[in-house]
Design a protein around this ligand. Structure first.
Ligand code: HEC
Ligand code: HEC
Length: 348
């Protein structure tokens, strides 16, 4: 009799999960208009991204999230965006110096965090892409990442009943186009905003820093702010910080895009929010820890035609380096890292 009850219970569960969509019924995953309201965080500049051309709606955001977590976007359905961009790492990839994609192929660069994209003019380490909605075309078609064609992805989606329903809910049309695919993804990624770290609360006067963090902040403001400008911790420029060129990767950085010799080894200044979670570091993931990053700035062994402003970091003492790291850790934003809106909707 007891056993029968257990069977019945599992049967009921199977019915429930089989016939109703998990994400549509679970409050954890439901996105309401309130969830996607945008107000510019205090002290942040005006966004570069223009929401007017792609207003975020609950349906569009939910579709973007589904696409982001769906390996259907890759040639053999093995690699999703989230495969490389892990939520717990602010959507960077913990532990891989270089990205891993389809057929376990290793890419040429470290997976960057995805956060505060709407304030960026340029994407990728070399700034090779300058519009958020165009960006997904790069991983989609890269033969070491998802190795797909846009036409084939659209064909797969158009033959998928669930996606046809999702696209028509989001865009009031059953025809799935590349424009709608890219807009849906941008509705999701544009909302990935990190603005509630301990640093933000300190700036607003809501939380105190301990003496070490305070000293770290002061050192940071005198040594690093030239490039890692508050509140986004990047000035959106490309700089050469004197890293030894990796001859195997032969990555010339910004020069790949501009063709100008002066741009050799220049890379986009990364925003440092959540940097505690986004290891390894630099465009090629060469440093595993923040200690190694600080040691690079402090040891003064700089290569090629580097930006002279890093010279003043030479000789930072071990204590000063530790204080700067204590400050960098105040940029960790638990609310962002655990934000239910960005969770994997397939996770049960
Ligand atoms: C195989 C791993 C991989 C996959 C899959 C992948 N990415 Fe990336 N992503 C990367 C790497 C590596 C970079 C940096 C590339 C470069 O600088 O050349 C990047 C860069 C980005 C950036 C730019 C961030 C910035 O600050 O410049 C965004 C946005 C992004 N990816 C979103 C996506 C989306 C959306 C998808 C799915 C359509 C996706 N990625 C799939 C590895 C991946
Ligand atoms: C001249 C501009 C400049 C200055 C000054 C500067 N940085 Fe950077 N920083 C960069 C650039 C550019 C990169 C990326 C380089 C690359 O990947 O090749 C970077 C990378 C980093 C990273 C790795 C982030 C990641 O996501 O991989 C950290 C951490 C960092 N810097 C911290 C600091 C600290 C702390 C200071 C001050 C002691 C500082 N930086 C000073 C330009 C600068």
């Amino acid at each position: 009799m007891k056993l029968k009850c257990v069977y019945l219970f599992f049967f009921a569960c199977a019915l429930y999960f089989g016939f109703s969509s998990f994400t549509e019924t679970n409050p954890y995953f439901i996105i309401t208009a309130k969830d996607i309201e945008f107000t510019n965080p205090l002290g942040f500049p005006q966004p570069v991204y223009d929401f007017k051309n792609n207003p975020v709606t609950p349906e569009g955001f939910t579709l973007g999230r589904k696409l982001f977590y769906d390996p259907i976007l890759s040639k053999d359905s093995s690699v999703s965006c989230a495969f490389c961009h892990q939520r717990i790492a602010a959507f960077a990839h913990i532990d891989h110096p270089l990205s891993h994609g389809i057929n376990s192929l290793i890419g040429n660069r470290n997976v960057p965090a995805i956060q505060n994209l709407i304030w960026q003019q340029n994407f990728m380490w070399d700034g090779g892409i300058n519009h958020l909605e165009v960006q997904p075309l790069a991983p989609l078609t890269n033969n070491k990442e998802m190795d797909e064609t846009l036409a084939h992805v659209l064909d797969k989606l158009q033959h998928n009943k669930s996606y046809v329903a999702d696209f028509s809910a989001a865009f009031k049309d059953t025809v799935i186009t590349s424009g709608k695919l890219l807009k849906a993804l941008a509705q999701f990624t544009s909302m990935m905003i990190s603005c509630n770290s301990k640093y933000d609360r300190y700036v607003k006067g809501e939380q105190e820093f301990n003496p070490q963090e305070l000293n770290g902040l002061q050192l940071f403001r005198s040594h690093c702010i030239n490039c890692h400008k508050e509140p986004l911790f990047t000035d959106n420029t490309f700089r050469n910080i004197g890293l030894k060129p990796d001859t195997a990767l032969a990555d010339s950085g910004r020069m790949r895009i501009t063709g100008m010799a002066g741009d050799y080894m220049k890379f986009k200044v990364p925003g440092l929010r959540n940097v505690e979670m986004t290891h390894p570091y630099m465009h090629d993931g060469r440093f595993k820890t923040l200690q190694q990053v600080l040691a690079h700035y402090a040891n003064g062994k700089f290569f090629t035609n580097y930006d002279r402003s890093i010279e003043k970091n030479t000789g930072l003492t071990a204590q000063e380096q530790a204080d700067i790291i204590a400050f960098l850790k105040t940029l960790t934003d638990q609310q962002f890292l655990h934000d239910r809106r960005f969770a994997d909707p397939n996770f049960r």
